[in-house]
Design a protein around this ligand. Structure first.
Ligand code: PBG
Length: 329
């Protein structure tokens, strides 16, 4: 005896047109942010563990941000790769430091077309590679680091950054930076809090990208990958401290945290698809093991579906191009 189903969910999957109209989630170029590396000295230099991504020069970055703007990408997040590093990361607060120079160049080039954002953290600038300064015993000095973050915030805002990405995971960093900005009259400079930033193996290729060597690890400040509740708690604290946007990072392995934060937050929630997530898909695609375009799209769509309003991804410009031409939907 054959059973005739009365309810047929497959009806809405029959044709491309009906699948399109039944889509619950869509990506738009404006909700993608492109992270960009700018190095001091010659280049551009390819990053071997991130095929397709380069360290730009102050000159070549102009083309990259113009392409992003032309594709309708919502913003760029700038990282600096300095030639010299020291214990307190002085390059971070030098107005002529690479990140601050790059910010000025990018703001002049595309400041009207997209949101210019900067990484506010010391790890690219310290010789020990930590996100903060160390005390005499070699441990992270949280409160001394806050002083450095406040100084960084003022220089970055003065250089033309509109949205400061606080990625250091120090306690009280949002309140400290907000107070410094307001005190100096930068009331419109916004704060993107990397609230739930986990101590992740997926940052591996980023260390190549910024040529950072790390003494030890970041587990005394970044979150323990086993903790879901704590991710939500960090996001709630940052909202109380005055964050304008909260973020979960990495994205793909933390979709539960992302969904929790999205359900509880009354401010925008973003996610960062990090270097290792990029490298895994690129590597598999190079071997012909997965369909690159579909995997890229699906990975970002999944992050959006889980609750991210905006996704930082190294594929931002390319994916925006596909969205514009209807190559992916
Ligand atoms: C810290 C920072 C890191 C990343 C972004 N900001 C490195 C870290 O915390 O270890 C990683 C981004 C990526 O892996 O794509 N400045």
């Amino acid at each position: 005896m054959t059973v005739t189903p009365r309810i047929r969910p497959r009806r809405l999957r029959t044709t491309p047109a009906i699948r399109r109209i039944a889509s619950e989630t869509r990506l738009h170029p404006g909700q993608l942010v492109l992270p960009i590396f700018v190095r001091e000295g010659g280049g551009p230099v390819p990053i071997s563990s991130m095929p397709g991504v380069v360290q730009h020069t102050l000159e070549s970055v102009k083309g990259a941000v113009a392409d992003a703007a032309a594709a309708g990408v919502g913003g760029v997040m700038l990282f600096g790769v300095p030639e010299h590093r020291d214990a307190t990361g002085t390059g971070a607060t030098d107005p002529q430091g690479i990140l601050n120079l790059a910010t000025r160049v990018v703001a002049d080039e595309v400041g009207d077309a997209l949101v210019v954002q900067t990484d506010l953290c010391l790890d690219e600038f310290t010789d020990h590679g930590h996100c903060g300064v160390l005390d005499v015993r070699g441990r992270i000095d949280n409160d001394a680091t806050l002083e450095r973050y406040r100084e960084m915030a003022l220089v970055q805002a003065a250089s033309g950054s509109e949205l400061l990405g606080l990625s250091g995971m120090m306690d009280g960093q949002v309140a400290a930076v907000r107070e410094a900005l307001d005190g100096a009259g930068f009331v419109d400079t916004a704060v993107l809090a990397y609230s739930a930033k986990y101590a992740s193996a997926f940052y591996g290729p980023f260390r190549d990208a910024v040529e950072s060597t790390l003494d030890g690890d970041r587990r005394s400040y970044q979150l323990n990958p086993s903790n879901r509740r704590e991710g939500l708690r960090e996001a709630m604290l940052d909202i109380e401290e005055g964050a304008d946007i909260v973020m979960v990072k990495p994205a793909g392995s933390y979709l539960d945290v992302l969904a929790d934060v999205a359900a509880a937050s009354d401010i925008p929630v973003w996610a960062y698809q990090v270097s290792g997530e990029y490298a895994m898909i690129e590597a598999a695609a190079m071997h012909g093991w997965i369909d690159r375009k579909r995997a890229v799209h699906e990975s970002v769509l999944g992050i959006h579906r889980a609750g991210a309003d905006v996704v930082l991804t190294y594929w931002a410009t390319e994916l925006a191009g596909w969205l514009n031409t209807g190559d992916v939907a």
